[in-house]
Design a protein around this ligand. Structure first.
Ligand SMILES: [Zn+2]
Length: 142
C-alpha cells in the first residue's frame, strides 16, 4: 500500500524556512508565514518508544522525529519501529492533526520512484505535443 500524501506546511517569505504543521509566524523572525505543502515523505532523525505514554495513548507508543523534504522536522507516531533506523525513509500522514509515520517498503519506494519518473514523463509529453502542434500550424499555413 502506498502512503504518499501531501502535508500542509508554512514557509517564511524571508528565510524560506518550512514549518510543519503550519505556523502563523516564522520561529526565526516572527514574520507572517505563507501556506505551503510538502510531500509526506521523510527521513528518520531519531526515534523512541514510550512504554508509559501519556494518558490517552496506547502503550507502547512509538515516536519518531522525521525530517521532511525541505527540512521541516516534526514528531510522528508510529505503529511500530521494527525495521526503522536513523536515516530510514518513511511516509508521513496527518490524521486529525496527529502525524503518523510508516515505513516505506521496497515496493513503495520503487512505486514512488516510478511516479516521480511518471510526472516528468507527462511534462515531456506535454512539451512534445506543443512542439508537434507548432510544426502542424506552420505546415498548414505554408
Ligand atoms: Zn524566517
Amino acid at each position: 500500500m502506498i502512503h504518499e500524501t501531501i502535508v500542509s506546511a508554512s514557509r517564511c517569505p524571508r528565510c524560506r524556512r518550512l514549518v510543519v504543521p503550519p505556523a502563523p509566524s516564522c520561529p526565526d523572525h516572527g514574520l507572517r508565514m505563507e501556506p505551503d505543502s510538502v510531500p509526506g515523505v521523510g527521513e528518520v532523525v531519531s526515534f523512541t518508544t514510550l512504554h508509559s505514554p501519556p494518558e490517552g495513548f496506547r502503550s507502547p507508543l512509538h515516536i519518531a522525529l522525521i525530517e521532511l523534504e525541505g527540512g521541516a522536522r516534526l514528531f510522528c507516531h508510529g505503529d511500530e519501529t521494527r525495521g526503522i533506523k536513523i536515516g530510514s525513509r518513511v511516509a508521513v500522514e496527518a490524521v486529525d492533526a496527529i502525524f503518523y509515520f510508516s515505513s516505506l517498503s521496497f515496493a513503495d519506494r520503487a512505486r514512488l520512484f516510478w511516479r516521480r519518473a511518471g510526472a516528468r514523463g507527462e511534462k515531456v509529453t506535454a512539451i512534445t505535443k506543443s512542439v508537434v502542434k507548432g510544426i502542424w500550424k506552420g505546415r498548414s499555413r505554408g
